[in-house]
Design a protein around this ligand. Structure first.
Ligand SMILES: Cc1cc2nc3c(=O)[nH]c(=O)nc-3n(C[C@H](O)[C@H](O)[C@H](O)COP(=O)(O)OP(=O)(O)OC[C@H]3O[C@@H](n4cnc5c(N)ncnc54)[C@H](O)[C@@H]3O)c2cc1C
Length: 190
């Protein structure tokens, strides 16, 4: 099975990206080890969540939303991402290998996969993340077919921003595949 996109990391950035990718009809797989930092957060500043939200509930809701829209979600520790002639092989600690035409890395503060891929890095803007993956305006990295979103790509470490960036990068990826700017709007009452 060749997925259209494999998303590594199911926190705010990866989960939000998977929502857009799956809703656009792309065969999307999320691999996440369930150890994200958001699971330790109480979040009062996420726009639209009037009463605040516990981090684990936000991440869980994102997972359910992505799955409802057609994404596959596996709890797994990704150990390697390797180029193939027609995409990438993504290997997990339990010995599985998944294949995808494109890979979207959203591993938060965990930079080791990106380093192992020799992606280009740049200076981060937050003291906690001094080096981040260099991306273009749409989230493309220095390797064609590998995209990066969220903290890993140097955006501000806040749920609304990393979730927004995950969606933004997904729109960039979908737009590249569709050859025109992708818009994903639904109308109330339909
Ligand atoms: C204690 C605390 C309080 C916070 N409070 C707030 C707040 O009040 N408001 C706010 O806006 N933000 C808050 N944040 C920040 C917020 O949680 C993060 O900035 C943001 O959500 C990061 O999103 P992300 O998707 O980039 O990374 P993450 O949410 O960390 O997601 C990355 C995911 O990738 C997974 N992963 C990494 N490597 C691998 C691998 N090799 N294989 C498989 N999976 C992998 C991780 O386990 C994780 O699930 C807080 C953070 C902490 C730690």
């Amino acid at each position: 099975m060749m997925y259209d996109v494999i998303v590594v990391g199911g926190g705010c950035a990866g989960g939000s990206a998977a929502v857009f990718l799956a809703k656009a009809g792309l065969k999307t797989l999320v691999l996440d080890n369930d150890k994200g930092q958001t699971r330790r957060a109480w979040i009062d500043n996420h726009y639209g969540l009037a009463d605040g939200v516990a981090g684990p509930d936000l991440v869980e809701a994102g997972k359910r939303q992505a799955e409802r829209l057609g994404a596959e979600w596996h709890i797994a520790q990704v150990t390697a991402v390797a180029p193939l002639p027609d995409g990438f092989a993504v290997k997990t600690e339990d010995g599985q290998e998944f294949q995808g035409k494109q890979v979207l890395l959203a591993t938060g503060a965990a930079m080791s996969l990106a380093e192992a891929l020799n992606l280009e890095f740049t200076d981060g803007r937050e003291a906690r993340y001094p080096r981040v993956v260099k991306v273009d305006i749409d989230g493309r990295t220095s390797i064609p077919g590998v995209w990066a979103a969220g903290i890993l790509a140097g955006v501000s470490a806040h749920t609304i921003i990393t979730a927004g960036h995950g969606a933004h990068v997904a729109v960039g990826l979908i737009s590249e595949l569709e050859g025109k700017r992708h818009v994903q709007h639904d109308v109330l009452g339909k």
